[in-house]
Design a protein around this ligand. Structure first.
Ligand code: SF4
Length: 380
């Protein structure tokens, strides 16, 4: 069980990003907004306290947006509030997303004091030209400085996010980014393929025919290189896009892939509580106003039936390299996945996309590359 908190503020919108976040332009208005937003988050947390029960919460993930833009003392006191008001386990994983241009050592020390023990740093690439091409505000050299700062501040687990398939990026650039990331010895690496989302600047450029992206083969080579270099350097490939040193898998993200419940707090946040999936409206002012009246403001709210819960468990679980445990599935739903998906599984095995090994159904090497096809097969 976990808690996700969405912090929808960024210093500037990156050209590829379709996450719910607002550019911070006016410091005075930002300070006021932060106070109102944190007050609304507190109200939403208290609302969930009454319906969540006492199931222990093992992880807190503060994502965004750019949580490291918030004044550290305010964020720290909000984390302490959550840990007091919700039934947190004794040693929860507490992750905060951060950008290299918005970190201070003093601020990080305040946050580690409040329990932040994992930071996910948006590194993305190690070439200034590529960073500029996607609208990132940091320079490559700030990534290393940030990692050292986080270590000095006592953060015990550091993730670097990297993106491949960027405009103008070559396989040589990608190799260089992986090498430079590895030289910093992070505990975890998330390596995502760029997707051009509608509504972003990159999408507008693509529509106008002026966006130069690496071709599909080159992107596949980048992913192959990732899957070779990182395990050779001692990182376990445990999810399609995620690699960790022993003992540093992201416990919070594992909740999602195991299709476990979590509370989502904040404007635009999604949650999964008592079999209901919900998402809050991605409207900052509307969110604050709703909680001033003590009311949730859902964009979507859906109670999942057992069939939907099974489908989601399979679709999410197949993202993990270990796959889905037959015994765990049976314990949870009272039937084997063979009873429910025999036809689909047989077909996927025939296509060489999945295999069953020691009680786990998992994707093959080929299935990893065609993960969308594997997932789609479990959607009834
Ligand atoms: S910093 Fe992150 S959340 Fe903010 S605009 Fe860039 S990618 Fe999006």
């Amino acid at each position: 069980m976990g808690v996700y908190v969405h912090i929808p503020f960024c210093a500037r919108k990156c050209f590829y990003c379709d996450f719910h976040s607002l550019e911070v332009r006016d410091a005075h208005r930002f300070a006021h907004l932060v106070d109102s937003y944190l007050a609304a988050l507190r109200r939403e947390a208290l609302y969930f306290r009454s319906i969540w029960g006492d199931k222990p919460i093992e992880s807190l993930f503060i994502g965004g947006g750019t949580p490291s833009l918030l004044p550290a003392d305010k964020l720290a006191s909000f984390i302490s509030f959550l840990r007091t008001e919700l039934p947190f386990a004794a040693a929860p994983e507490i992750t905060m997303e951060a950008n290299p241009h918005s970190l201070s050592e003093e601020g990080m020390e305040v946050l580690t004091g409040a329990g932040v023990n994992r930071v996910s740093l948006g590194a993305q690439a190690f070439q200034d030209g590529l960073l500029r091409a996607i609208g990132r505000l940091h320079r490559a050299e700030q990534i290393g400085e940030s990692v050292h700062l986080l270590r000095r501040a006592g953060v015990s687990s550091i993730n670097l996010d990297l993106i491949f398939g960027l405009p103008g990026q070559s396989l040589v650039h990608w190799r260089e980014s992986l090498e430079q990331a590895l030289a910093l010895e992070p505990d975890h690496l998330s390596c995502y393929a760029l997707t051009v989302e509608p509504g972003t600047l990159l999408h507008a450029w693509q529509e106008a025919g002026v966006l130069q992206l690496p071709g599909e083969d080159e992107q596949a080579d980048m992913y192959d290189l990732t899957r070779t270099m990182l395990p050779e350097a001692g990182y376990e490939h445990y999810e399609i896009s995620n690699f960790s040193r022993p003992g540093h898998r992201c416990r919070h993200n594992l909740l999602y892939w195991h299709n476990r419940p979590y509370i989502g707090l904040g404007s635009g946040a999604a949650g999964y509580v008592h079999g209901c999936r919900y998402s809050n409206r991605a409207d900052l002012d509307g969110y604050i106003k709703s909680w001033e009246k003590g009311e949730p403001s859902y964009e979507e709210f859906q109670e999942l039936n057992p069939e939907q819960q099974m489908d989601e468990t399979m679709m999410l679980g197949m993202r993990l390299l270990e796959g889905v445990a037959e015994e765990e599935f049976r314990r949870r739903f009272g039937v084997s996945y063979w009873d429910v998906y025999r036809e689909a599984i047989t077909e996927l095995i025939g296509q060489g996309l999945v295999e069953e090994v020691q009680g786990y159904l998992r994707t093959t090497e080929l299935g990893l590359l065609l993960e969308n096809r594997v997932s789609a097969a479990f959607l009834r």
